[in-house]
Design a protein around this ligand. Structure first.
Ligand code: ADP
Length: 650
């Protein structure tokens, strides 16, 4: 009886073991097989049989010669023989086989000899694993490493090219200036009177020298951008004044071609923005010159400025030859010229718009174009609008005066938190803590300057106003380079600080304020040769409406009854911002359906205020558009819903 029970128990155990082993055989994705000494399969698992389109029992008795092409089977038989005659296993042998459809398959095979009770080899166990994906991944990794290396090489070449362009351009500049002076002397008849034909020839030479000069300046700009060496000199500028400064010049230029030119500037509202006036002048000159260049007689050019919620938008419109739809995405690329057969080859090298775009983006603005062949073009750009601030107060001036030695350059680096009270409230920062931290950053930054730089100047904190949120430091005997380096390091440090605190919407920018010693009424006896003021301003972006970053579903009703679904990036009581798959024309009025949670979807009207091109990869072309919409004629009811929604999430 006992014996029977024991047998039953043993049987149960064996049954369990068998179940476990057969589960293992059937569940693993690897091919498992047993062969006898003659290479015949005596047992295979499901994966093996399935791969051959058979059942496991149908495979039993077959050899590799029945299954695989002869050459391959022979190779396998050789391995089998090796394992079974030497008793040495083959571990993880990687083999490649090309599938019928041409795709390479990779497998890793392990073959282990099998012994009987007496230690005699009676066959082998084989396991084969498909490692195609792993191999593909490894190949991709190798390819990636190779491409990275190639890119590094190209970057190095590009850097060398930029440096070469820079050196050559600089070298050409000097002799060109000498040639220009010589030609001017001749034209001005300093070297003797000229007959009109001679004057005509020399004037042509002068014009071409100017053209060459422009090209050299453009090449220098490009190499500066590429080497990250472009320096911006920001100051507080009245945009209308800036535009009006060049109005007469362009008007005359346009009239010479029989083209009308008019400016439409906002009346009764000052636009003081923080920009590099020289560079923005360059942008305007590029766009207006192009408009004149590509507009025929009797055409019209119009420059319009509009104040948006937190930006200023400028558009240069012309009724010229226009740009074909397929050319629009590449118009801001380097060396693009689209002269068609019917057009005369125009002057220029196709760098103007590229430089224009870089300059606008450096200012934190957007630039885009709308155009139709034969109708005209509209080049738009925006610039951020920030608070203006006051120039030096009297006690600071006195301090500078007391500290500075006569006839030495002095740099005042002044950090001001714009709208300090609101800033503190919004970010819940106590003034002692914040200003204390910022003061430490000043000291740290100074220590970070190289030893040579430090010995050149010694800093003095000359202003600490915890109530107004202002710190000033004087760099005595410092040169421009040291001051710029100091400001850049300081800005980076502050930027990191705000980022670490998760504070969004903070702007940090550096300005150079004109310091007019006369209007600042310094005592003449103590006049310092030069005071340079670098103002770092930290603040909240100026907006009429507070915006929240919120993804709400929206539907845009496009002209022609088409509907595009999207999500907002941010929402304010003034408008929304979202990504659109297709372009919608600037200023076009569209209907937007807003879908806020727990509120019935509702429609509002909005104008397309600004557009930002988003490229998937540089040079590939525009893929998406980031659009800023401003609400128009909001119904009181809708206004209330939006306002409640935004405020509840502030
Ligand atoms: P370029 O200095 O050669 O004019 P840009 O970068 O300023 O170079 O312009 C590149 C090309 O874009 C021009 O050659 C022209 O084909 C086209 N383009 C620029 N502005 C206009 C415009 N207002 N109307 C039509 N085509 C334009």
């Amino acid at each position: 009886m006992n014996n029977f029970k024991e047998l039953q128990k043993k049987y149960k155990e064996l049954e369990n073991k068998y179940k476990l082993l057969s589960d293992l055989m059937d569940m693993v994705p690897d091919v498992i097989y047993f062969k006898d000494t003659r290479g015949r399969l005596i047992m295979v698992n499901q994966t093996h049989a399935k791969g051959l389109g058979l059942k496991p029992e149908e495979v039993v008795g077959k050899t590799d010669f029945d299954i695989f092409p002869r050459e391959r089977a022979r190779e396998m038989a050789k391995d089998d023989l090796h394992v079974m005659t030497t008793g040495k296993p083959i571990i993880d042998k990687i083999e490649r086989a090309t599938r019928v459809d041409g795709v390479d398959n990779y497998a890793s095979t392990t073959k282990i000899p099998r012994y009987d009770n007496k230690g005699k080899i009676v066959g082998l166990i084989g396991i084969t694993r498909d490692i195609t994906q792993r191999m593909q991944f490894e190949r991709l990794r190798e390819e990636k490493a190779l491409i990275c290396k190639k890119i590094e090489g190209l970057e190095e070449l590009n850097r060398m090219k930029s440096e070469f362009v820079s050196v050559v351009s600089h070298e050409i500049r000097t002799p060109l200036a000498i040639i220009k002076d010589a030609v001017m002397l001749l034209i001005d008849e300093v070297a003797g009177p000229l007959i009109s034909k001679q004057k005509e020839i020399l004037t042509k030479a002068k014009n071409n020298i100017a053209r060459l000069n422009d090209i050299i300046e453009e090449l220098l700009d490009i190499s500066r951008f590429e080497r990250g060496k472009i320096k911006m000199r920001y100051s507080l500028v009245n945009l209308s004044d800036l535009l009006m400064d060049s109005f007469a010049f362009f008007k005359k230029l346009a009239e010479q071609k029989g083209v009308g030119l008019e400016y439409d500037l906002p009346q009764g509202q000052e636009i003081n923005i923080f920009i590099d006036a020289g560079r923005i002048n360059q942008v305007i000159a590029n766009l207006v010159n192009n408009a004149i260049k590509f507009t025929e007689q009797n055409g019209k050019i119009r420059i319009e400025v509009r104040i948006l919620e937190d930006k200023v938008r400028v558009v240069v419109m012309d009724t010229g030859i226009g740009i074909a739809k397929q050319d629009l995405p590449k118009i801001f690329n380097k060396f693009i010229q689209l002269a068609s057969e019917s057009q005369v080859k125009r002057k220029g090298v196709g760098l103007g718009l590229f430089i224009t775009k870089e300059l606008i983006e450096k200012h934190g603005g957007e630039i885009w174009v709308e155009s139709e062949l034969g109708v005209g073009s509209k080049f738009y750009f925006t610039l951020p609008r920030f608070y203006t601030d006051k120039i030096l107060s009297k006690d600071i001036r006195d301090k500078i005066n007391n500290l500075a030695e006569e006839s030495l350059p002095v740099y005042l680096v002044n950090l001001l938190i714009v709208n300090y009270a609101q800033f503190q409230k919004e970010f819940n920062i106590d003034s002692i803590g914040l200003l204390g931290n910022l003061k430490v950053f000043f000291e740290e930054t100074f220590e970070k300057l190289g030893a040579g730089d430090i010995s050149a100047c010694s800093p003095r904190v000359c202003l600490e106003n915890y109530k107004e949120g202002e710190i000033g430091i004087l760099l005595l005997k410092a040169g421009e380079e040291v001051a710029v380096k100091f400001c850049d390091l300081l800005k980076n440090r502050i930027r990191k600080y705000f980022a670490a605190q998760n504070l969004e919407n903070v702007f940090i920018n550096l300005g150079v304020l004109p310091y007019d010693s006369k209007s600042q009424s310094l005592p003449a006896s103590r006049l310092i040769s030069s005071i340079n003021i670098k103002k770092i301003r930290v603040g909240l972006e100026k907006r009429r409406f507070r915006r929240i970053f919120y993804k709400a579903d929206i539907e845009i009703l496009l002209p022609g009854e088409e509907i595009e679904s999207s999500q907002t990036i941010d929402i304010s009581e003034g408008g929304i911002c979202f990504i659109a798959k297709r372009k919608i024309e600037t200023d076009s009025r569209i209907q937007v359906k807003l879908k806020f949670p727990k509120v019935k979807p509702f429609c509002v009207m909005a104008d397309v205020a600004w557009i930002k091109y988003i490229e998937e990869a540089p040079g590939i072309g525009v893929k998406e558009y980031k659009l800023g919409l401003e609400f128009i004629n909001l119904k009181t009811k809708d206004k209330k819903i939006i306002s409640k929604f935004v405020r509840s999430r502030l």
